[in-house]
Design a protein around this ligand. Structure first.
Ligand SMILES: [Zn+2]
Length: 375
């Protein structure tokens, strides 16, 4: 399977060169946008409705690489990404601006053939870009193509797609997970992952920086928050995927909750990123992660399957943490009960082939990747 290695680049010279490359990439992209829009305009006038394919765009853009100072492969990559993005959203993507406040962050894709790598640098079109951390985290030999990307702080990164080996298979156990705010994740085994609340700790500093309009500090603080949150998320998701082969999570949608006043906590918790991490890590460990419907999982008794009259109901009963089932007498922790229901629902919805994954000791063919392309 494919993972992405991200290495931060050194030096101002690299930055200058890559900015120039990124400008050229934007020219190719905008050419694609223009071509697409022209065809759509004609179509509205009643002419041929055919959208340009990757091959059409590639042929139209062929020969521009020398003038723009790009590798021919990169020009093709940009066309490919344009078509991918257009087909995914079923509409024409916008222009990429190289200057001004709406400037798109730099992006320069490359293929295996259009770059040379050493242990601490990557050479693209004769320019050597050295990166940090070459000693601590050397690039694997199976490195393929990738891209250079710029972040909001104007720093450049080299991303490499790397073919990785599978990891030892997790023991054949299944777990249900209930996501929350104060308790980030509750497992059906009763264990709990506490939310670290990094955001809240740095929030005061951030507010002061924002009031002072100190943009550099705001960016730095935001990044520190993000790094801490990611680090924590990776640690607990790795632990889960090492210990459980089948993982079931609720289909909780953070975008819906984010509109309420719990918004800050929701973004802080990062449910979506956690789910993504669980999925790709589980497939690396020869298991898988699936979503189950969250409807009524806090109300049904996980012991007897009934909806007893003593159950917590709706928003009004959100404060109730523990309750007793009036049907079978089981004592429930609200979150653990929900996680157990996720597990029960997930297991009952399993297909035969998925059950074989749980039982098997060999490595099943599962596809998965962490980062696909660009940013
Ligand atoms: Zn019960």
């Amino acid at each position: 399977m494919i993972l992405t290695h991200k290495n931060r680049l050194k030096g101002k010279r690299s930055k200058r060169k890559l900015r120039r490359n990124a400008w050229a990439v934007n020219q190719v992209w905008n050419f694609c946008v223009q071509t697409q829009r022209k065809i759509q305009r004609n179509w509205k006038d009643g002419l041929s409705p055919k959208w340009p394919s990757f091959y059409d765009l590639k042929d139209l853009a062929a020969g521009t690489s020398k003038e723009l100072g790009l590798h021919a492969q990169t020009v093709q990559d940009v066309c490919k990404q344009f078509v991918k993005s257009r087909d995914l959203h079923k509409k024409c993507p916008g222009f990429r601006s190289s200057n001004g406040s709406k400037r798109s962050l730099g992006w320069v894709p490359f293929q295996e053939q259009s770059r040379q790598i050493t242990s601490g640098s990557v050479t693209y079109l004769g320019n050597e870009h050295r990166f940090f951390g070459a000693k601590q985290r050397p690039l694997p030999e199976t490195t393929k193509g990738g891209c250079f990307v710029e972040d909001a702080r104007g720093r450049w990164w080299a991303c490499f797609h790397v073919e990785v080996d599978r990891l030892p298979q997790a023991p054949s156990r299944a777990v249900g997970i209930d996501f929350g705010l104060k308790i980030l994740a509750t497992l059906s085994t009763g264990q709990k992952v506490e939310a670290p609340r990094h955001y809240r700790k740095l929030e005061e500093k951030l507010a002061i920086a924002q009031r002072a309009n100190n943009k550099d500090l705001v960016r730095t603080l935001n990044e520190r928050i993000r790094n801490k949150r990611n680090d924590y998320m990776h640690k607990w998701t790795t632990w889960i995927t090492r210990n459980f082969r089948l993982i079931f999570v609720g289909d909780v949608s953070s975008s819906k909750l984010a509109k309420t006043k719990m918004a800050k906590s929701v973004y802080d918790a990062g449910w979506y990123a956690s789910k993504q991490a669980l999925c790709y890590k589980a497939s690396r460990h020869g298991g898988f992660c699936d979503e189950v419907s969250e409807l009524f999982t806090t109300q049904i008794c996980s012991e007897c399957g009934a909806k007893p009259s003593s159950r917590p109901r709706g928003i009004a009963d959100l404060g109730i943490r523990d309750w007793v089932c009036s049907e079978c007498g089981a004592i429930h922790d609200r979150d653990v009960n929900a996680a157990r229901n996720h597990l029960n629902f997930g297991l009952s919805a399993l297909s035969k082939s998925q059950l074989r994954v749980l039982a098997s000791s060999h490595q099943p063919p599962v596809e998965g990747s962490r980062v696909a392309y660009g940013r």
